[in-house]
Design a protein around this ligand. Structure first.
Ligand SMILES: [Zn+2]
Length: 247
């Protein structure tokens, strides 16, 4: 049975498809991740387009027999232009897309909320802070976060001055004694306090925390490496993000 469907969503990937079309991957609180073919987007001026980071209510037509969903129309909510304004914001948004794609749409509503809020935040906040908050919150929303209070291996509370390591058995930060990464993924006390405290308040409030640029750079490096160690997926955009100078 073919049918028409509508749901809110945001385009997190857009690729050329055949000669004239594009394939948009939409992150939706209703659908999770859905690939939607946008006919004529490559060539025709009149065709409805859905470029990267278009947030809209998408009206689609599903052809079950051909296993194909195509875009019929959309009601635009936002184009999130801040996401393409400069290298830092662009690479941050690209990293967010990679993280969301790796989740296979399993945590649709939470990821959609986090994704669109972080894109909006790129307008008012330094992109490094947005990237850090996105990554540590994405781990939480995927159910693989940690409380940064107690070691998930030995259950002991962390002393205030403890540097955390990483344990590959439980795929999580852990106390120094339970480290199995030979001290190659460490979290100093001040950085742990930042992550812990920022996870205990709303995104806007967390983004307003005063952090030095040096601390932002370290936290970004740590959070990107942490995400890869936990999910065991390489983030292609990580090196790009980390190579950027201050702006
Ligand atoms: Zn431990």
């Amino acid at each position: 049975m073919d049918r028409n469907e509508s749901a809110p969503g945001i385009v997190i990937k857009s690729e050329r498809w055949k000669e004239r079309d594009r394939m948009a991957t939409v992150l939706s609180p209703v659908w999770g991740l859905r690939r939607i073919r946008v006919y004529g987007a490559q060539k025709s001026r009149k065709a409805i387009k859905a470029p990267l980071y278009t947030e809209a209510v998408f009206h689609v037509y599903e052809n079950r027999e051909r296993g194909l969903t195509s875009l019929v129309d959309l009601d635009l909510i936002s184009i999130h232009e801040a996401a393409l304004d400069g290298l830092g914001p662009s690479f941050t948004a690209a990293m967010m897309s990679e993280v969301a794609l790796a989740g296979h749409g399993a945590d649709g509503p939470a990821m959609f909320q986090l994704f669109t809020s972080c894109l909006d935040a790129l307008e008012d906040h330094r992109w490094r802070r947005v990237a850090i908050q996105f990554v540590i919150r994405a781990l939480d929303s995927a159910g693989v976060g940690t409380d940064y209070e107690n070691c998930p291996v030995c259950s002991r509370p962390y002393p205030d001055d403890m540097v955390l390591g990483f344990n590959s058995q439980v795929s999580s930060p852990c106390c120094w004694d339970c480290d199995s990464f030979q001290g190659t993924l460490i979290l100093p006390p001040s950085a742990r306090r930042y992550i812990h405290d920022s996870l205990h308040c709303g995104l806007e409030q967390a983004l307003a925390f005063q952090v030095s640029l040096l601390m932002e750079q370290r936290l970004l490096r740590y959070s990107l490496r942490l995400w890869s160690a936990v999910q065991q997926v390489t983030l292609n955009s990580a090196d790009l993000l980390l190579s950027l100078e201050d702006d």
